[in-house]
Design a protein around this ligand. Sequence first.
Ligand SMILES: [Zn+2]
Length: 176
Amino acid sequence: MTAYLCPILFALFVWWFSTGAIIYLDGLPTRTFKWSMMGATALFAAALYGLWLSADDTTVNGAYIAFASVLLAWGWHEISFYMGYVTGPRKHACRDGCKGWAHFGHALMASLWHELAIIVSFVVILALTQGGQARTGHRRLEHARDVRGGLPVPDQDQSHAESLGFCSPRGAVGTR
Ligand SMILES: [Zn+2]
């Protein structure tokens, strides 16, 4: 049960905590924004490295690293948008009573760079992680062929059982 509960609590806590951190940093004086932005950018770079690193990792730990990395990438987009670094070409407010499709266009123009940055990040993350499973699968298939004399058979993930111990007080959940 802990094996299922732990990832849920981890996801909820980390997401809740990072949202709180972003709201806190956004509430600080404007002069601090550049430091927040630089910190978020450094974490974003670390996140991309983490995603690249965990692309081959099919263990539970790999999933934790990947989730934390994506959350840091998400944090960069929130911070860069709310602090006004990556927004859109439209910087002024609408006239009173502005509505309909024109207003939708205004909203889109106010956040266009932010939306495009999300798409770019998505493509970059896809490029960094694509083929991770395939490479692992390919290696395993070759290994299985060597062992079984040409018949491709599913290989065991040896690190899976030990990785289930992560986040457990006794380090033995799932191995009983
Ligand atoms: Zn408008």
